[in-house]
Write a new protein. Sequence first.
Length: 289
Amino acid sequence: MKRLAVIGPGKVGRTLARLFHVAGVFEIGALLARKDETPGDAAAFIGAGEPGGSLAHADIILIAVPDPVMETVIAGLAGERLKSGVIIAHTSGALGPELFAPLARKDVHTGCAHPVKAFSDPERSVATYAGTMTTLQGDAPARSELAKAFQAIGGQTLDLPDGIDRTLYHAAIVFMANHLPALVQAGLETFAHAGISRADGLAITGPILHDTLEAVLEKGPAAALTGPVARGDAATVARHLEKLNAADPDLAVLYAALARATADLSAEKGEASAEGLLAIGEMTQPEHD
Ligand SMILES: NC(=O)c1ccc[n+]([C@@H]2O[C@H](COP(=O)([O-])OP(=O)(O)OC[C@H]3O[C@@H](n4cnc5c(N)ncnc54)[C@H](OP(=O)(O)O)[C@@H]3O)[C@@H](O)[C@H]2O)c1
């Protein structure tokens, strides 16, 4: 069995290592971190591994350190004794394959393996990993080995084209996956201003949120659009904005920005009245002095 070393066995590193260990995909070797206690804690969680072991025996080195130190940690491997043909991968979303430039002259294969999942609690992440998409970049041997490994633990993989803008790639994921909770929170605050409890707010909108998300994923955002903006109902949107502004101007600003985006999407769809959309666009423009 091939041997996996993990540099940075934090939330992502230890979750993946445990999944690889339990599925018998890799033997777990060196676990390296910054604090003395981290590799031992990680080994206990994984159920295997060698805290502080050597990288020289690893067939795969997974680097899951925080983004700000990723470049330095990878560059540091240029001075390490490594196995010939070793595969070195990092798990960052925002950083790309360019970080491997310092290793270009070594006999190594390199790749990016970004699991598109929120790893907040390792125990929960292990239990909910199945179906997670991991995007891959890098040379062909690295992508092929990583695809096999991530699929063997129940995940999906997708090769990303060379030369994509990783910052915008990452921003797109943040837009959809991380801003959704913020959007739901804004809705719950609006419910609170209306006199409706958080529990009732979630009960009221739970079914429509599920249904809308399913429709968006199935038919695309424009086809899934409903509501006053989509209907070009400028009078209703104006009343929403007036009340929101009185309750909490920050909520009004967020609503207005999203209403503009929704109006643009409706215009693309071509169903709402042109005058209604024009009026919504005008009333949600930010005011300039
Ligand atoms: N969290 C997510 O939802 C998520 C999702 C996808 C991808 N990612 C990416 O995965 C990577 C790791 O994220 P994470 O959330 O797992 O971070 P994390 O929980 O903070 O874990 C980072 C690990 O790196 C170690 N470390 C820190 N500085 C180090 C250094 N200079 N040398 C060696 N080890 C060092 C830490 O050890 P100590 O305990 O000793 O400090 C810790 O074990 C990042 O690139 C992140 O962008 C994260």
